[in-house]
Write a protein that binds this ligand. Sequence first.
Ligand code: LLP
Length: 427
Amino acid sequence: AQTVGRDADGVVTVGGVDVKTLAEQHGTPAYVLDEADFRERARAWRTAFGHDADVFYAGKAFLSRAVVRWLHEEGLNLDVCSGGELATALSAGMPADRIAFHGNNKSVGEITRAVETGVGRIVLDSFQEIVRVAHIAQSLGKRQRVQIRITVGVEAHTHEFIATAHEDQKFGIPLAGGQAAEAVRRALQLDGLELIGIHSHIGSQIFDMSGFEVAAHRVVGLLKDIRDEHGVELPEIDLGGGLGIAYTSDDDPREPHEIAKALTEIVTRECDSAKLRTPRISVEPGRAIVGPTAFTLYEVGTIKPLDGLRTYVSVDGGMSDNIRTALYDAEYSVALVSRRSDAEPMLARVVGKHCESGDIVVKDAFLPGDLAPGDLIAVPATGAYCRSMASNYNHVLRPPVVAVKDGESRVIVRRETEDDLLRLDVG
Ligand code: LLP
């Protein structure tokens, strides 16, 4: 867990560093990431799944070179979904054979680079891609290890934009109508491909394990059909990521060991009953590893009480550093962290500095009634899909990621500067 506490003055400390010092040294807003917590969570996943399984951290949640090194040291693999993520992984020394490459529209350039550098697997997402990857691999004189991503037809209980196993969406090849079986047939015929397994990712921010169980059941069913039709037992299955985290105290996340146990048991049971050798399982947690390890530190600016409604508390960032509230109606909590306060709580809405009324960071929150400009407030659980989805809207500069550990802080992604912005502007 994050090593968060309060010192004698009521100032919050994390990783042995207090937030006032962090704000002085690094400015606000800033994402503050607890390195020990990150490593602990990564290790918990690794240990839970043991040596018969692989954990691929989903880089889309948050990726930087420091993070890649931590993952490498903790024995995790990496899932990337673009040339940029691949470049980051390789530049930080992640061995290519521990990288999985995803995406529904990988470019020829991206595929070529992935095959050339020898990524451990490419996850094929369409019929066209099966042929494209085979062709590229063959022209490079290689045989690429691949999985086929299928949609198993599960309705995951999560926001529509982050559910991915129902059929009417852009990812994967439907199991329905024999399409996945046909994809397997084609992949097995192509010399450039070594088909190592089937992939399923049902969605994100999921708490209910039943969706994973149905997915595992259907993936194993396909493995059985493949064995019956081709006499081939595929050695791997990947059940994707998607495990939910606690954004507010209402959420009750599963622990990695519970998830590992549930998934391993169901796959083993299904395989036993189908008389199949149990494949090697892999999973791709992103949010569950990095999400809880960071909070965003903001400085309070203007405060606007609207009689009978609520008080609008503006911070020095907003939808450019956390788009999740605007995009998914995501819920966050917030706390005053630079001092203690015994003032009566007031109903507040934490908003950013952007020219848009939907620029909301925390929709409904209680903050002390004596909150004042200059106070520091923190929004927890912003490690995943916040920096990685950050934008320059209104030419606001993207905040740094500051790692804290053992009483020290260090910048792992620096704050953007106006020079950074202007560098791209030609003419
Ligand atoms: N594997 C695949 C193939 C994925 O597409 C994803 C997430 C993951 C693994 C990792 O899922 P996680 O364990 O992090 O839930 N921007 C959205 C989330 C999009 C997730 C996309 N795919 C959000 O902020 O909630």
